[in-house]
Design a protein. Sequence first.
Length: 289
Amino acid sequence: MTGFAREAGTSGPVQWAWEVRSVNGRGLEVRVRVPPGLDALGEEARALIQRRFARGQCQLTLTLNRAETAPRVRLNEALLAALGEALARVRLPDGIAPASVDGLLQVRGVIEAEEGAPDDAEGLRRDLAAAAGRLVEALAASRAGEGSALAAVVGGQLAAMSALVDAAEACPARRPEAVRARLAAGIAALTEAGAGALDPDRLHQEAMLLAAKADIREEIDRLRAHVASARDLFAAGGAIGRRLDFLAQEFGREANTLCAKAGDVSLSRIGLDLKAVVEQYREQVQNIE
């Protein structure tokens, strides 16, 4: 669910840039930062992300910079002419020279400095809204690229789990005769009388009871069903992260039960290896939408 996208451009004298970052999250959380006065646009961009994604923590930011432009100078010719006419009608005392053009130009309003072209607020909003749509699609493409790589990783983990389930099913320690042999050895060690002093029929019954309690057939069947479900989810596509999270819990539960029932070192090792792969799977699917 990690990704990054940026859209930048210029609208009149305004330079703008959208940026969005996405990191892992169990649900969808969108934080928006836009300049004052553009809150409505920020909410529209938030809605685009919420419609497009189901999981992840997204940080959306909009920055604006107004380009510096040289002011334009405008001469108020009407005011300058009126000042000249007024001065022509005035009789100045001896010793006072008439006002020069330089002096008249310093009168307030004769020369006016105009800023650059005014901002086109509606045009800027249209450009920003269009860029927000492109930004969300770029983020989706970024996340999809990561998702493709993760799909291969998780697919390998599912294959490893399937192989370990097969190994558990084929483990010789699961056979009733193996359970009976372990029971006989344990009783012989306790009684120090040897297996020959025990009732063979009674020993067989106890071995069958222990074998029934230690049977992992149900765990094997459920693990295989969960592997198949995960593969079906990847084949279907869409927002599958939450369901993969649920399967991670189920994988862990079955692996724990298998280890608890294992009465042999070889089967315990298979169960521990399975738990390790399940934990790796759990970490990876948290990155998937």
